[in-house]
Design a protein around this ligand. Structure first.
Ligand code: CMX
Length: 434
């Protein structure tokens, strides 16, 4: 058994009594009161999920296993010759809460390599799809097509006790995690590089190998490591994470669950916003022609978007009430690596102007940028200009946290999710105090 699996099994044994005690001794303690606005308004702010892998504070932003983004990058073992950590080490960290040693991160890297071969029928499925299929549809389909590989589904059919369900779920999640970068890079090369596929290099770590399969040189390997870790986890209430948790709660395996989450991530109010940001910015720059993007010109363009009833992509958030630290982290990367790049300058100008415009409009509760406002410019700079691909990158990252969560959900025996609905007439009666 790998070190990671041994440590995880021990952590699960230690954690289970905490959940049992909360349920048995404190099950009737109130956590949230729910208002009619929350019932109608997408359960915003209703505290009714447990997530131990990460916590999102509205003012501070995300913490992975208690660590801020800079603390996470600082603590994890780095890939030799790189400024960024092993994604595989992050997988160890998010699953267990322990910072792995370099050897432990490399053990996961070797384990992933052994699991990384994608069944050839997946390539047949992707090649059979219409050329105008969106990369997210391809990604979701590729994941779903591998459901027949599920160890969890097989073991469940054979009859496995509830206490043991986490083990095949862990195996499935590792198998899937190890294959996602190869699938993502295949979709990119198949769709945007005339099908000129680059074979994986078994010597490289997950981030390095992804850059290699994309066909892009250093420092794109660092971009991949940074990008996957930054997008990994944002508690469980966001659409992709929640969809994955929800589908998994029916004891569907992780192929079904992740595919569902990827479908949610493909919505323009969620992960697809990174594509929308680039589309908006490119349209804006085209209209601008040779003119300088002054503050006034940017302001006018933002108002035009708002006045036409559309949202400003990359701005606002359901939980955050300040600039997303995932935005800041990517901005710092840009300031170091591409400070004078014209597209970055436009993105920075939007950052200067958009919060004021949104505040003046007075609708958005959070006028500050989220992760999606800054991610596309980095991709564009390194040659990935086909922005319909960007959300696939988000999806590979998002799998890390959500698959770790799914493993823990099976370990702690969380039940099938089933909130209760009311009719509008019932809400009207409640409003009248009946
Ligand atoms: N531009 C224009 N209007 C916005 C806005 C934006 N960026 N953000 C919020 N609003 C509007 C909402 O549409 C809503 O309008 P109505 O009252 O007419 O329905 C109003 O402000 C209040 O919304 P809110 O409570 O501040 O925001 P929500 O929690 O409902 O929605 C989010 C959050 C992210 C969907 C929203 O801010 C948005 O649409 N942003 C743009 C899309 C985007 O960047 N999404 C990516 C989020 C991060 C991610 O998941 O990847």
């Amino acid at each position: 058994m790998s070190t990671l699996k041994k440590v995880l099994a021990q952590k699960i044994d230690e954690h289970r009594p905490r959940t049992t005690k909360l349920l048995k001794e404190h099950g009737d303690v109130k956590v949230s009161d729910v208002t009619i606005a929350q019932v109608i308004g997408g359960a915003r702010g209703v505290r009714c999920l447990v997530t131990d892998t990460s916590y999102l504070d509205p003012m501070e932003g995300i913490r992975f296993r208690g660590k801020t983004i800079p603390e996470t990058f600082e603590a994890l073992p780095k890939v030799p010759g790189s400024d960024y950590p092993y994604v595989e080490g992050f997988w160890y960290f998010i699953l267990t809460g322990d910072v792995p040693t370099l050897e432990q991160a490399q053990e996961v890297a070797a384990d992933f390599k052994a699991r990384s071969e994608v069944p050839s029928y997946v390539w047949d499925v992707l090649r059979a799809m219409s050329p105008d299929t969106h990369p997210m549809t391809m990604f979701s389909t590729a994941i779903l097509s591998m459901q027949r590989e599920s160890v969890f589904a097989k073991k469940y059919r054979e009859g496995l006790s509830k206490m043991e369900l986490w083990d095949p779920m862990y195996e499935d999640c590792c198998n899937l995690m190890a294959k996602l970068p190869t699938i993502g890079a295949f979709i990119y090369r198949h769709k945007f590089k005339n099908g000129d596929i680059v074979a994986p290099d078994p010597k490289l770590d997950l981030g390095g190998n992804f850059a290699h399969m994309m066909g892009i040189d250093h420092p794109y390997d660092d971009v991949a490591r940074m990008y996957f870790i930054l997008h990994s986890d944002h508690e469980s209430g966001n659409v992709s994470a929640h969809a994955i948790h929800l589908v998994g709660s029916a004891l569907s395996d992780c192929y079904y669950a992740l595919s569902a989450g990827i479908n949610g991530l493909a919505g323009p109010l969620h992960g697809l916003a990174n594509e929308e940001v680039l589309r908006w910015t490119q349209n804006f720059m085209e209209k601008l022609g040779d003119k300088e993007p002054t503050e006034d010109v940017v302001k006018d363009a933002l108002w035009e978007t708002l006045n036409s009833g559309q949202v400003i992509p990359g701005y606002g958030h359901a939980v955050l009430r300040k600039t997303d630290p995932r935005y800041t982290s990517q901005r710092e990367f840009c300031l170091k690596n591409l400070p004078d790049y014209p597209l970055f300058k436009v993105i920075s100008m939007i950052y200067k102007v958009a919060p004021g415009v949104l505040q003046e409009q007075g609708k958005a509760k959070n006028p500050w940028p989220n992760v999606d406002a800054q991610s596309g410019v980095i991709q564009w700079y390194y040659g990935v200009t086909d922005y319909s691909f960007y959300t696939v990158l988000f999806g590979i990252g998002r799998a890390i946290g959500t698959l770790a969560n799914l493993t823990w959900s099976r370990a702690l025996g969380y039940p099938i999710e089933r909130p209760k609905s009311l009719t509008t007439a019932m809400l009207e009666d409640i409003a009248k105090g009946k």
